[in-house]
Design a protein around this ligand. Structure first.
Ligand SMILES: Cc1cc2nc3c(=O)[nH]c(=O)nc-3n(C[C@H](O)[C@H](O)[C@H](O)COP(=O)(O)OP(=O)(O)OC[C@H]3O[C@@H](n4cnc5c(N)ncnc54)[C@H](O)[C@@H]3O)c2cc1C
Length: 809
């Protein structure tokens, strides 16, 4: 078949994922699409995978996509006639520790919310299902009836067949050797067989994702690693059983295990992981495997043998040691490349067989409809910037690989690869006991340890050693004054004639017309949801400062680039060159007035006003806003002045009780005040009227991003409402993601978006979404904290200062 010269889209890579994308594009009506594969289909990681599938994930949206994928395989078989080799004998999840039990119970509660099967079994029931397992020492067993495995080649070919039936074309043995963008944003995709001029390019090149990206001048934070599993000879007990055994997820044992033929398949993510092809995947690498090295996974295998004694005497039939390619957090690098128009990535996929359908569907939605229906920031490639260096990627990938089955606790911060980037106050903050977290590459203080015990944060599902110091910080800010480092907020400068008019076409609120005024504004997504929230300040004629979510800086670039700037208007990120502190609390004014000559009284400097000023000789922009919900100012200064300002604020405020406050405390403070945060309460999935931001949308503006989409949904009744809860919790607080049920084991009606102990108000609090008909003040619910029902009452208004007396006083 000769290569066509034009296509709507070219997908590069015929592995599991590329074929799924092609299929889903065709399903959505893009049938003039082509997949180019340098070899046979499945020639990367796909052909040698163990191909286990499962549904539940810590992230609710990823769970949704995994369930979609698992169901899709059966439909694909019917649709295409191509067998997918589906076995779904179920999966047994075993907990050996209290933490693992909490984790499984949380998952079971989420399954109830999703109305999927994941339930507890007695040992007797589990033994009946899997007579080969020794359940000694297991404290909790859960069963996922849909768990199982598929045939890697069958599934890939089913996607390919389905796509071809819909008109898509697949060219094997056609390597892509170049991708060149034309001035109109379309692409020339080069191959030895000729070029294709494509509207859209998709990099689904798996193991060669880096090499294909490089053809477009792009560097992806990916690194391949070896991974091994082995398959045993026939095991007589299995042969005698005459049915398929469920797979076993003994995560505390750090191996995975399932039936293969009449034997068992055992795989492991060993502590001593091995990188491969660090500097580039060889272009001639084909269907090769690496030499066996079972010694490396012997500890894991010994634990598997202790759990399944029949394994010990089984002979080994074959060993698979093959490469898979990892991102720094083991999640996909997914979505449009912000800097390259019409170029999409879908790389670094680890559990490809659980996720291929969801990845394909959402990428196709993104390409065809401009935005996927689910918020997928955890997968969005824009969560990494160029700070994610090779050494960072390598350190994080190894950490992810070797801790693949470790429990990931709420708020856990991994040390590997850090610090990636720091600001001048870092060392001082460290001396003061700061425990740091990673935010878009920056080290930022989470809280300040008050004793040695809390210097190393402990992790768990219940309250940890950071609870007390966070409490002290919250009270100090609410009673006196706290100094929060907000340097990692994204900051942008927009200047030039027409800057205000251009910004007005980006965001939904009216951009301030008067110098010295600020506004809060949502950015509306292409489906009418909340794509961002910003504070915009007019600093001067045609000069604006915009502050937004730090982790979403690259994500938001996609939106800023949607509207052409008039000649002479520029937008520049100041995130790296400016630092900031939020000075907040009832004594914030007293403290700042000692350093600032201008009158800071409420009459002279009102809420949402701003000014350029000198803070003790340091040039700053001061904005009267505070995410803590208290009286406060954000001060932005040159990065080089950060340490001087920090020292000055602390020294000057000593007698006022000023102290540094970390972002974990800010979380508690903003939940007390009921402020939403991007990525939690604000996301493209939620309509403005559901989260209370519709009042900030100015429809009399003729033109801004998402206006038409918002108009289309504006009069729809909210599906859910963002509400506040007080939770009856004593040892653990909600953290986000917990399902919300009606009382007495009733129906699922919502989920928590953020939760924390409100240290100042003395209550365990949560924010979350419930179906609109249940959003009634005083209504009682059950929130599944630790997977167990905890009584919760819907609050009429936020727990702290609902009238804004403090904020505006
Ligand atoms: C030992 C092992 C066990 C695994 N077990 C499981 C498991 O149990 N469950 C699970 O879900 N996942 C498992 N995986 C992971 C799974 O294999 C991957 O998630 C999945 O295969 C990724 O598919 P892909 O399509 O992204 O990449 P790949 O399979 O690597 O496909 C990329 C394709 O792109 C092609 N290509 C590259 N460059 C070009 C070019 N320039 N032009 C044209 N084509 C190009 C390649 O030839 C290749 O066919 C396992 C992996 C390994 C190594």
């Amino acid at each position: 078949m000769a290569l066509q010269t034009q296509a709507q889209a070219v997908v590069i890579g015929g592995g599991l994922v590329g074929c799924s994308i092609l299929y889903h594009l065709a399903k959505m009506g893009w049938t003039d699409v082509v997949l180019l594969e340098r070899d046979e289909l499945t020639s990367g990681s796909t052909w040698h995978a163990a191909a286990g599938i499962h549904g539940l994930h810590d992230n609710n949206n990823i769970s949704r996509l995994q369930y979609y994928t698992m169901q899709l395989y059966a439909d694909l078989e019917k649709e295409t006639g191509q067998g997918c080799g589906i076995f779904q004998p179920g999966s047994l999840y075993l907990a050996q520790t209290a933490d693992r039990e909490h984790q499984l119970r949380i998952q079971a509660a989420k399954a109830r919310y999703f109305q999927v099967e994941f339930h507890e079994l007695s040992v007797k029931e589990a033994q009946d299902l899997h007579p080969l397992v020794d359940f000694d020492g297991i404290r909790c067993i859960m069963f996922e009836p849909d768990g199982g495995n598929v045939d890697p080649s069958g599934v890939t070919h089913a996607y390919a067949t389905g796509a071809r039936k819909l008109g898509a074309k697949i060219h094997r043995f056609t390597p892509v050797t170049g991708t060149t963008q034309r001035p109109d944003g379309s692409w020339d995709v080069e191959t030895p067989e000729g070029n294709i001029h494509a509207g859209v390019v998709v990099n689904a090149a798996g193991l060669w994702g880096r090499e294909v990206a490089a053809l477009a001048g792009l560097e992806l934070p990916l690194i391949p690693m070896e991974h091994q599993y082995f398959v045993t000879e026939e095991i007589p007990e299995i042969a005698a059983l005459g049915r398929r055994l469920p797979s076993v997820a003994d995560r505390d044992g750090e191996y995975y295990l399932r039936q293969e033929g009449l034997g068992l398949l055992v795989g492991a993510y060993e502590k001593d992981g091995r990188f491969w092809a660090e500097n580039g995947t060889p272009l001639d690498f084909g269907h090769e495997l690496f030499p066996d090295d079972l010694e490396r996974i012997s500890d894991n295998v010994m634990r598997a043998c202790a759990r399944i004694p029949a394994l010990e005497s089984a002979g080994i039939k074959r060993v698979i040691n093959g490469p898979m390619i990892w991102s720094p957090d083991s999640s996909a690098l997914f979505g449009p490349v912000p800097e390259l128009k019409n170029y999409f990535c879908c790389n670094g996929i680890i559990p490809g067989f659980s996720q291929s359908g969801g990845l394909g569907m959402l990428l196709a939605q993104w390409i065809v409809e401009g935005e996927p229906e689910l918020d997928l920031f955890p997968w969005d490639m824009a969560r990494y910037g160029d700070w994610a260096s090779k050494s960072f990627t390598k350190a994080r990938a190894l950490d992810c690989y070797s801790n693949r089955f470790k429990i990931h606790f709420p708020y856990e911060e991994r040390e590997a690869g850090r610090p990636a980037r720091t600001r001048p106050a870092y060392e001082r903050q460290k001396e003061m006991g700061a425990v740091f977290g990673l935010n878009y590459g920056w080290e930022h203080p989470l809280y300040y340890a008050t004793d040695d015990a809390a210097r190393e944060e402990s992790y768990g599902f219940e309250r940890q050693n950071s609870f007390a110091p966070i409490g002290e910080e919250c009270r100090a800010l609410r009673e006196n004054v706290g100094i929060l480092d907000v340097s990692n907020f994204a900051k942008y400068e927009i200047v030039g004639k027409g800057a205000g008019a251009w910004l007005d076409r980006i965001v939904a609120n009216r951009v301030p017309a008067e110098i010295g005024r600020s506004c809060l504004t949502p950015l509306i997504g292409l489906r009418g949801g909340i794509a961002g929230d910003f504070t915009i300040t007019k600093l001067d004629d045609e000069q604006f400062l915009m502050v937004g979510s730090g982790m979403a800086e690259r994500y938001h670039r996609r939106f800023f680039d949607m509207v052409d700037k008039p000649d002479g208007v520029t937008m520049r990120s100041l995130t790296n060159e400016k630092a900031g502190f939020n000075v907040a609390g009832p004594k914030a004014r007293d403290l700042l007035q000692r350093l600032i000559n201008e009158d800071l009284s409420n009459e002279a400097f009102r809420f949402m006003r701003s000014r350029r000023m000198s803070v003790g000789g340091i040039d700053a922009v001061g904005i009267r806003v505070s995410f803590s919900g208290d009286l406060g100012w954000e001060l932005y200064v040159d990065q080089s002045q950060q340490l001087s300002l920090f020292d000055m604020l602390l020294a000057e405020g000593k007698d006022l009780g000023a102290r540094p406050v970390g972002s974990r405390s800010l979380l508690s403070l903003r939940i007390e005040k009921g402020y939403g945060s991007w990525g939690r309460e604000y996301s493209p999935e939620y309509w403005p009227q559901e989260v209370g931001l519709d009042r900030l949308i100015k429809l009399d503006k003729r033109d801004f991003i998402g206006r038409d989409a918002y108009l289309a949904i504006k009069d729809n009744a909210p599906r859910e409402k963002l509400v506040h809860f007080e939770v009856e919790a004593t040892t653990a607080d909600a953290v986000g993601g917990e399902p919300i049920f009606l009382p007495n084991g009733g129906a699922p009606v919502g989920r928590v978006s953020s939760g924390a102990y409100g240290h100042y108000v003395g209550k365990s609090l949560a924010m979350g979404f419930v179906k609109t008909e249940h959003a009634i003040p005083g209504a009682e619910f059950e929130v599944a904290v630790l997977g167990k029902p905890h009584k919760a009452r819907l609050l009429e208004q936020p727990a702290f200062d609902p009238e804004g007396v403090r904020l505006r006083g």
